[in-house]
Ligand binder design. Structure first.
Ligand code: SRM
Ligand code: SF4
Length: 579
């Protein structure tokens, strides 16, 4: 092997026999083709064959079934209500008005649950049926978008934060996020061949020279944050770029590596981890650096035990020093020392914001990112006569962006006319709460998440109000299983589903996403979780220091212990490895 790889990784010259079944499937898929094209034509079922469901993820598509209907359909001896979730690739979350209207039309024509803004600032369409999948994918192409690598063992949607301090820096960082996505996505002709029906000559091993036939051991996530705003939760990314700027000049990025949320409650060697800052890189080198890090994960990631295949585990196995040495070898130089920065904000801004060039932007609060029914119509009505652009956020909201000052009043009226104005001023708690999709579409959900949020929010807000805490933001995130799709392990309060109606309660995360929380109670109902929170909120209200956050208080009061797998942003590690 070229570089003394660890033995659970892949030597590309060797067969895949000893690797896990996903690796073997990728290797025999002819660069993500499998039998997808044939399976789509099979009229006797609304499903696609087993192997193809895995391969289709690389194309941004998940096979699901309506879990609310499972037992009834089983009783009637019908196959599950199979349907597909289509996830778009929208690096940085920016859409033109015509793309928004195109997606809106697509959702009405092909999907069943409207549009869903995700925690990685893209759109998911749920409930697309097999016979319409191709038409749906071509309609997505026709509005200038695609779904390449929105899922699968590859580089996922690249996220980019939002900061109005310098519009020039914002533009540069957003552009680098797009370039990074473009550089990191798979290049196989399978996508065009299967979904668009293009005739693409098969190029064998040059189909995807960077990835090779087994792609990555697991998903890989890159994000760009613009301090002091940590809206993207940069420490939750496999690779996080933290913009360092002076006025309108983007100096470069501090680089954080090894973040990730997913864990299995059944394995001690599985854990959420925060990314660690390892150095600084010039701005235009960011896409190439992301690629170099991804290639290390490709070569050193665990391809035997899929549960330990994420980059965070590779990093812990290699050790940070060895990883930095490898990176320096591949780049031909070490990273420079990390530069100082601070995060003072998490979540999205509420309401109207003016940027450094005078343009206005407004965050519309979209509860859990779900846009259907009346809300879908209202937004369609607004966007039809809107001259700016749209920005999806990693907190599942929608920002209407780029409004000229002389049009501001007109848009305020328009939002009012369409009953959208209240979304500019959600309750403080709502702005800091998130939940994942979970039931009925997510095949991995063990408990409800999105659907319990309205009730949970109301009860939690009443609790806070009882102790005079209604003006104190507390990050609250709920997921239907331990995978952590709403990044619950960095919230001040995290609830993760364990079984129907039962959750693990985690407390003490850092308000700015800088500290992991800790398990406080296992397998509790929502009622019990709220009951456990009551005395803590009471103590917090009575003993709180000025501007102290709930998570910080819980640590100070020794109610939970601070833990950090990974980085403490105040402990930056300027790594100067010799080549
Ligand atoms: Fe996720 C799997 C939804 C962000 C960690 N995630 C899933 C699947 C596809 C379930 C499946 O594999 O069958 C869910 C589809 C549900 C549905 O019906 O739509 C799903 N994840 C989501 C979304 C839609 C949650 C949301 O409510 O917005 C987010 C889509 C992001 C996107 O646009 O790309 C979403 N998922 C995340 C995040 C947050 C992030 O990336 O910032 C995480 C934690 C960060 C991380 O990756 O560590 C996350 N999702 C997972 C995992 C656990 C990965 C792990 O390392 O263990 C799984 C399960 C897996 O991959 O095996 C998963
Ligand atoms: Fe599904 Fe679990 Fe992710 Fe929620 S956290 S969307 S239940 S995989």
């Amino acid at each position: 092997m070229a570089e003394n790889r660890l033995d659970r990784s892949r030597d590309r010259s060797q067969p895949v026999d000893n690797l896990n079944s996903n690796e073997q499937l990728k290797a025999r898929s002819r660069y993500l083709r499998g039998t997808i094209a044939r399976g789509l034509l099979e009229a006797s079922t609304r499903a696609v064959p087993g192997d193809d469901t895995l391969l289709m993820k690389f194309h941004g598509i998940y096979m699901q079934d309506d879990r609310d209907q499972r037992s009834e359909r089983q009783r009637r001896r019908l196959e599950p209500n199979y349907q597909f979730m289509v996830r778009l690739r929208i690096p940085g979350g920016i859409l033109s008005t015509s793309q928004w209207l195109g997606l809106d039309a697509l959702a009405r024509r092909f999907a069943e649950r409207g549009l869903r803004i995700t925690t990685r600032q893209t759109i998911q369409l749920h409930g697309v049926r097999k016979p319409q999948l191709r038409a749906c994918m071509q309609a997505i192409r026709d509005i200038g978008l695609d779904t390449i690598a929105a899922c699968g063992d590859d580089s996922r949607g690249v996220v980019c934060g939002f900061n109005t301090n310098s519009a020039a820096v914002q533009r540069q960082v957003a552009s680098l996020a797009r370039q990074t996505s473009q550089q990191l996505i798979p290049k196989t002709g399978a996508y065009r061949e299967i979904w668009y029906g293009d005739e693409v000559p098969y190029k064998g091993d040059s189909e995807d020279p960077v990835y090779g036939e087994t792609y990555l051991p697991r998903k890989f996530k890159v994000g760009f944050a613009l301090p002091p705003v940590n809206d993207i939760d940069v420490y939750g990314q496999d690779v996080g770029f933290i913009a360092i700027s002076e006025g309108d000049t983007l100096e470069g990025f501090n680089v954080a590596v090894g973040g990730g949320m997913g864990q299995l409650d059944t394995r001690d060697d599985s854990y959420p981890r925060l990314a660690e800052v390892i150095g600084f890189v010039a701005a235009d080198e960011a896409p190439a650096l992301a690629l170099a890090i991804m290639e290390i994960q490709r070569d050193y990631g665990d391809r035997v035990d899929r549960h330990r295949a994420r980059f965070k585990y590779t990093l812990d196995r290699l050790g940070l020093g060895t990883f930095c040495r490898l990176l320096a070898q591949r780049r031909g130089q070490s990273l420079e020392a990390a530069q100082p920065y601070t995060f003072t904000h998490n979540g999205d801004p509420r309401g109207w914001q003016q940027d450094s060039e005078g343009l206005w932007h407004a965050t519309l609060d979209i509860a859990n990112g779900r846009i259907d029914g009346a809300l879908q119509d209202q937004l369609q009505g607004f966007v039809q006569s809107f001259a700016g652009y749209l920005r999806l956020t990693t907190n599942q909201n929608l920002i209407i962006s780029g409004i000229e000052p002389d049009l501001l009043e007109m848009y305020e009226w328009r939002l009012d006319d369409l009953s959208l104005a209240p979304r500019l001023s959600p309750t403080l708690q709502s702005a800091y709460s998130m939940s994942c999709v979970a039931l009925p579409t997510c095949g991995l959900a063990m408990a409800e998440s999105e659907r319990i949020m309205p009730d949970l929010m109301q009860r939690f807000e009443s609790s806070k109000a009882r102790f005079g805490l209604d003006r104190v933001p507390i990050t609250l995130r709920v997921t239907g299983c331990p995978n952590g799709c709403a990044r619950p392990y960095i919230a001040e309060i995290g609830l993760t589903g364990r079984a129907p109606k039962l959750y693990n309660l985690y407390l003490g995360g850092g308000f700015h996403g800088e500290r992991l929380n800790q398990l406080y109670a296992s397998n509790v109902s929502i009622d019990k979780a709220l009951e456990l929170l009551e005395p803590l909120l009471a103590r917090f209200a009575a003993e709180r220091d000025d501007h102290e956050h709930f998570g910080d208080y819980l640590i100070r009061a020794n109610i939970v212990k601070a833990i950090n797998h990974g980085s403490d942003p105040h402990r930056m590690i300027p790594v100067k490895e010799e080549i």
